[in-house]
Design a protein around this ligand. Structure first.
Ligand code: ARG
Length: 467
């Protein structure tokens, strides 16, 4: 038989010529999907066990294949480059190296398997493994957040709505808001891990493998609960990746909102926060600058993670069933969001733990207007109907604003003229500490409520660590 033109491929039995270079550039994925190497080898080891069980491989064959596969992994870990420019993707590359090393036996590992169910299996394993690692990083961040909240218990700061001073809050109350948001991020990952427990292997290309094969055994071998119920579903759907990217994008979004606050807080205008030098950068031109780049990058990268989620959705929405090569594009968004989520979590964790929180500055900045709601409440307690109380305080604040003063600076007479009974007594009660102390309702910023939040948080952490 005459040599065929172009690159020789593993699957080129029915082809007249090899692949054009441009097609290679378009379709080869080893450059990025080698990230699946560990899961690919793990998947093949599991698959091999299934083949032994069904009599396709002998135990001796399997032992040789196993040794070969683990050898590949060791070599790659040791920094050896085993790959050739003719290796199309990680799955073909592993099989090629295995066959080079152990001979024709290496070709048997693909019995009863298509790359469609192989890729789907590897990819699921990859996301399950990374979800566990990312979950641990979220929990680590929660621990740091709780720690900072506890250490600085009792400190007061202005709470904001519309980025305008709204009401006094405990700093710990603010920090605990991050803790509870993160606990939902952990739950989302737990749901994800609970849901995606089905093994694709055995599905073949689309119709299911024709070889007898103990799928339940392979499933358990690989940490899945059971075989997938439908082979078309198993090789086609990427809802697991969508969910993974969604969960990671939400984590990044959680971090991004706090990062934005921390950027604002670290400005000279606010000065509530001094990030450690280790999480800041200087300017190449302005020597005085110390910029909160860590927080800005968390904010920026969270945008890219949303982009990855959107890319995946766009990719799968019109892809016909079952497998189409479009699906090869599912990997990069997942790899990218995985790496990004990990680094964002590490940075946020370390930056929060090492930051200096400038409580004097926070107190300094607190405007009396933070107490306007409390004044209305006090008036209500003293028997003034709420609507009237609201109007009285509003007109006090308005009059003070016209004079360029704070409403608390207006004289007792002015307060009385607006309808405040016993201005002296009312003014005495009107303090930031009093405002906070009135809010021990569950979930409120009062000291007892916040202590209760610590308790809840500890119970949550305990549960999270048990899983
Ligand atoms: N590299 C491909 C992917 O990740 C492998 C699957 C190829 N399957 C096929 N039928 N051409 O999707």
């Amino acid at each position: 038989m005459a040599e065929k033109k172009g690159k020789k491929m593993m699957w080129d039995g029915r082809f007249d010529c090899g692949m054009a270079q441009s097609m290679i550039d378009l379709s080869f994925s080893l450059d990025f999907d080698k990230e699946l190497l560990e899961e690919d080898i793990q998947g093949s080891l599991g698959h091999g066990k299934g083949l032994v069980e069904s009599g396709v491989l002998t135990k001796t064959d399997y032992a040789k294949i196993r040794k070969g596969l683990l050898g590949i992994l060791d070599d790659v870990h040791a920094g050896k480059n085993l790959w050739l420019p003719t290796d199309e993707d990680v799955h073909m590359a592993v099989e090629r190296v295995l066959t080079d090393r152990i001979g024709d036996l290496g070709k048997k590992i693909h019995t009863g398997r298509s790359r469609n169910d192989q890729v789907s299996t590897d990819f699921k394993l990859y996301m399950r493994h990374r979800a566990v690692e990312i979950r641990a990083l979220v929990v680590e961040l929660q621990k740091n957040v709780l720690d900072v909240a506890k250490k600085n218990f009792g400190k007061i700061m202005p709470g904001y709505t519309h980025l305008q001073q709204a009401q006094p809050i405990l700093f710990s109350h603010y920090m605990m808001s991050l803790f509870f948001a993160l606990s939902r991020d952990v739950k989302r990952l737990d749901n994800f891990l609970d849901l995606h427990v089905e093994l694709p292997l055995g599905s073949g290309a689309i119709a299911g493998s024709a070889f007898p094969y103990h799928r339940q055994l392979v499933a358990e071998e690989l940490g899945f609960e059971r075989p997938s119920a439908n082979s078309i579903d198993a090789v086609s759907h990427r809802d697991m990746a969508l969910e993974f990217l969604n969960d990671l994008a939400i984590i990044a979004n959680t971090l991004s909102r706090y990062a934005e606050d921390f950027v604002i807080w670290s400005s000279s205008e606010f000065g509530y926060l001094t990030l450690s030098d280790a999480f800041s950068s200087g300017s190449s031109m302005m020597p005085q600058k110390k910029n909160p780049d860590s927080m800005e990058l968390i904010r920026g990268k969270s945008g890219r993670m949303l982009g990855n989620y959107t890319a995946m959705f766009t990719l799968v929405k019109g892809a016909p069933l079952s497998y189409s090569r479009d699906l090869q594009e599912d990997k990069q968004p997942v790899f990218d969001s995985t790496h990004t989520a990990k680094v964002l979590l590490r940075v946020m964790s370390e930056a929060i733990a090492s930051a200096r929180w400038n409580f004097d500055r926070m107190e300094d900045r607190m405007l009396p207007a933070l107490l306007a709601t409390d004044l209305a409440d006090i008036l209500v307690e003293d028997g003034v109907p709420f609507r009237d109380a609201h109007r009285i305080v509003g007109s006090l604040v308005g009059e003070a604003a016209k004079l360029g003063e704070q409403f608390t600076d207006l004289s007792d007479e002015a307060w009385a003229a607006k309808g405040v009974p016993n201005p002296k007594d009312v003014k005495k009660r009107l303090t930031f500490a009093y405002s906070v102390s009135r809010r021990n309702i569950e979930g409120g910023t009062g000291a007892n409520s916040v202590k209760n939040q610590f308790k809840k948080a500890e119970a949550i952490l305990k549960k999270e660590l048990k899983k």
